[in-house]
Ligand binder design. Sequence first.
Ligand code: ADP
Length: 178
Amino acid sequence: MGPPGSGKGTQCDRLATRMGLRHLSTGELLRSEVAAGSELGRRVATTMVSGSLVPDELIVDVVLTRVAAAVGAGYLLDGFPRSSSQAHALLDGPVPPDRVIVLEVAGNELVRRMLARAAIEGRADDTAEIIAHRLAVYRESVLPVVEILAARGPVTRIDAGRAPDVVAAEITAALETE
Ligand code: ADP
């Protein structure tokens, strides 16, 4: 878990490679559906560009199917759950998560990182106005989900305002000690 720009994708890529887990990024999944012009992609495109959350009914089954398929390898969810109904679907589903890691970064640093990323990747939702909206969506809709997860299992909060190597080392240490 973590706000946009907190480094979820970067850290998940590393962790997935190192631990042999399947990296399931809902943002990447939805962007590839949009790029492919699938029916799902067509239904979510406008919402994604606006920086709001896509409707639960369009994402929950897709994610749970992939989680179930990753049962042997283990999975790393990036960008899910983002609403209370997504959280309950995951917790009550066939393979609930063992651990929750929350990456915490100050708002001004998040904006700086996302504007820098926009210059490189040109993501349609990395403009100043939409970034502000995505941060508000995180604070208002996604942060309460952390509390739902915390009621059901261990949650580790990491200061992710530091260099990627430092953050990765701290995530690894947290996974090994708790
Ligand atoms: P960010 O970098 O803002 O965390 P992601 O790449 O994870 O963004 O997701 C991009 C967009 O995809 C979100 O702004 C939202 O529109 C949609 N999205 C991704 N995951 C979910 C989800 N679990 N529920 C609803 N919408 C989602």
